[in-house]
Design a protein around this ligand. Sequence first.
Ligand SMILES: *Cc1c(COP(=O)(O)O)cnc(C)c1O
Length: 418
Amino acid sequence: MKKPFLTLAQAKEIASTHPTPFHIYDERGIRENARALRAAFAWNPGFKEYFAVKATPTPGILKLLREEGCGVDCSSLTELMMSEKCGFSGSEIMFSSNETPAEEFELAARLGAYINLDDLTHVDFLHRTLGRVPETVCCRFNPGGVFTLGESKEGFQVMDKPGDAKYGMTRPQLAQAFTRLRELGAKRFGIHAFLASNTISNEYYPALARLLFQTAADVAKETGCHIAFINLSGGVGVPYRPDQGTNDIAVIGEGVRRAYEEILVPAGMGDVAIFTELGRFMLAPFGHLVTTAVHEKHIYKEYIGVDACAANLMRPAVYGAYHHITVLGKEDAPCERVYDVVGSLCENSDKFAIDRALPEIEVGDILVIHDTGAHGFSMGYNYNGKLRSAELLLREDGSVELMRRAETPEDYFATLIW
Ligand SMILES: *Cc1c(COP(=O)(O)O)cnc(C)c1O
């Protein structure tokens, strides 16, 4: 069973100051998880997690992760600006963008970030833009074809089609990019790849690591370039459904270590640092969208209308994604009703749950929508004139901190020319 990190009493108390809907994050969970990740890769002295800012672009969260030793992975101008303001600089920033405007490379270079180039043509674009290339540069690799892992322990197959993805360079382009970058003055190199999303399998990172380690050893031999780090990127997932198992980060770290010992160490590359760029794994389970039941409706189906909508969490509407729901105060009540739990957008896809077995819900009940800590608030939008909610942090001592206030109509109108 999924257990919320909030009780009904806590939620009511918070809602008296910060009306629902709101996103709330659990400091303790975030810190413990970040420490488990660090421990899993402690065998690699250069290890660093660069949190994917796009998952949860909130200063209060970024600063907390920085305290846990994390850097940031940015992919846009404002993500770089936010990271700078949160105190990140130099090698604490990875800039993994694509179709990148010149001004973004300029800011990334000014901050001393590691720049991860998405394409061979970006080598000369970067050189023209900066008038130089940085001493350390990373290149994104796309192996093409189909990436499969077979059955995971949950019986799900991990499969993705890198060959259909817009990202990264081919294997020959990778060697060309390194050679050209070295001619232009680069001295240290990184390799990055992101091949599958939201994997529930302890095998994904080790399999990706094997592929990247072998590629790194081959490219180093072929070009004579010094590979300083390998970036395993994101993709380690979280179980959104209560019946799914979880990834065991310690097992994953150990699997990567084994690949490292088997491939990199014999190649004389035992000094390579391992980087990760996790977003979902770092934050998703540690965020709740808290919402109040405001209406019930009985037509051909039973509906519960809530005060949140897809503008606060778009994953169910856009991907049909499952997000577990707990009715606070009724955690142990039998699930003897079947509801569609819906928001107020003029879109029939605005449903947080369809045909979901839940306890009987009364108007005024407070619902927790689980696993909204990543790609939740951040994918929000203003359709139907809906306003973005507040973001709160539940501190380890039980106090609550406002990290972002709710939008007001004035915010919504602020960019208009009347
Ligand atoms: C989205 C993204 C990530 C994070 O992915 P998760 O699945 O949230 O771990 C990491 N790196 C890059 C380049 C991304 O675009």
